[in-house]
Design a protein around this ligand. Structure first.
Ligand SMILES: Cc1ncc(COP(=O)(O)O)c(C=O)c1O
Length: 382
């Protein structure tokens, strides 16, 4: 793993034209050039299926899971492959007990794939979804921890709020959940890979992540970490590949009651995903090589600069203590001006608007020049 100070802009590894300022990883990151080449090889391989062998069904997806496990400090058996966050949330819903009258806590304006499943579960079981309101300074941790009590069945949240990157201290939330007997379900789609996280420190029941943003991976590819205490739970599907000895193709109809070990039963059908898996692996290898701490240090140097420039223009940002290293919302009190993202896109500067904020989300291919280009355009347009 590199030391934090060693990390520099990695734009040369991506196919980003010189006139494009892409500050929108929270929307979707580009895949690495090398990942695209690997993807092309795997697409070509499907023209010659006689070259696709039994180990191709198992070794690459197992490697992807092992790399994810390495990233979060889990055992390689604790991770399964899923196509989306909503799929992962459905696994969590199916494996956590909730009594009538109990609470499920979510954050205000949380991403819908981590809200609808809980609304539906609460409706079905007579429980209640309680929403933690936004605080002025971006502090979610204090009100969230205060709301977790003996009546809380589940806390479902993120580490970085998807609209503006305001940070949740998951170590504190995990501790509070354990004290009060609540389960913790995390959607780390907007932080994993670029903000340090360890299952050892947080002890979530389930951690779900989509790969197409900060993990530099393809779309329709994600992971679920299942805590060992839930690994004898109920999967969403009953496919052949989640069963023991699935690699013995000649004997698949000797129906097998036992599942694969660890979190293996929770894998989606067709987890082998020949075309996407090599791309996902490449992104994870690069990220694990750089290390989340070094990436976070590099990106927070950019978001600190963005915060200072935005405040200089009269926009507000979350306090530094409550900010994420990689994702920052520049808040307009009365809403972002109409057409701002379109005007920026005309200048080939790409950010998003979420709620009242411009959401700026640099990744490892961005540098100070991108920040300069964004603010000279904002100064012109606002
Ligand atoms: C926090 C968060 N979770 C999940 C998703 C995607 O959800 P799904 O994989 O269910 O499409 C997004 C997409 O923007 C997101 O920001």
């Amino acid at each position: 793993m590199s030391s934090p100070s060693a990390l520099t802009c990695q734009r040369h590894l991506f196919d980003i034209p010189a006139d494009v300022t892409y500050l929108n990883a929270a929307y979707m990151s580009p895949i690495l050039k090398e990942a695209a080449a690997l993807g092309q090889v795997s697409v070509a391989k499907k023209m010659h299926p006689w070259d696709i062998t039994v180990p191709d069904f198992f070794d690459p997806p197992n490697r992807a899971c092992a790399l994810m496990a390495q990233m979060i400090g889990a055992g390689s058996d604790d991770v399964a492959l899923i196509p989306s966050v909503s799929y992962g949330a459905a696994i969590a819903v199916g494996n956590l007990p909730v009594q009538a009258g109990q609470k499920i806590l979510v954050l205000a304006d949380q991403f819908p794939s981590n809200v609808y499943p809980w609304q539906e579960m609460a409706r079905r079981l007579g429980a209640q979804v309680v929403t933690i309101p936004r605080s002025e300074n971006g502090d979610w941790t204090t009100p969230l921890c205060a709301a977790i009590d003996k009546d809380t069945a589940i806390v479902a949240c993120a580490q970085a709020h998807w609209t503006d990157g305001s940070r949740v201290d998951l170590v504190a939330v995990g501790r509070r959940c354990r004290e009060q007997g609540a389960a913790l379900v995390l959607d780390l789609t907007q932080s994993l890979g670029v903000a340090p996280f360890s299952v050892g420190e947080v002890d979530p029941d389930f951690m779900i992540v989509a790969a197409y943003k900060w993990l530099l991976g393809p779309y329709s590819y994600g992971f679920i970490y299942v805590a060992p205490r839930h690994q004898d739970g109920v999967p969403l599907e009953e496919g052949w590949i989640a069963r023991k000895d699935a690699d013995d193709f000649a004997r698949l109809v000797d129906y097998q009651p036992a599942y694969q070990s660890g979190a293996g039963r929770f894998n989606m059908g067709e987890r082998s995903n020949f075309m996407l898996t090599p791309m996902a692996i490449h992104g994870l290898e690069k990220l694990n090589g750089w290390g989340a701490e070094a990436i976070a240090e590099y990106l927070s140097s950019l978001t600190d600069m963005i915060a200072a420039r935005a405040q200089g223009m009269g926009l507000t940002v979350a306090d530094r203590a409550h900010r994420s290293p990689h994702l920052i919302g520049l808040n307009f009190r009365d809403g972002a001006p109409e057409g701002l993202t379109v005007a920026l896109a005309e200048r080939k500067i790409f950010v998003s608007v979420r709620g009242n904020s411009i959401r700026v989300s640099p990744h490892i291919y961005n540098d100070i020049q991108d920040v300069e280009k964004l603010f000279s355009a904002l100064e012109e347009l606002l």
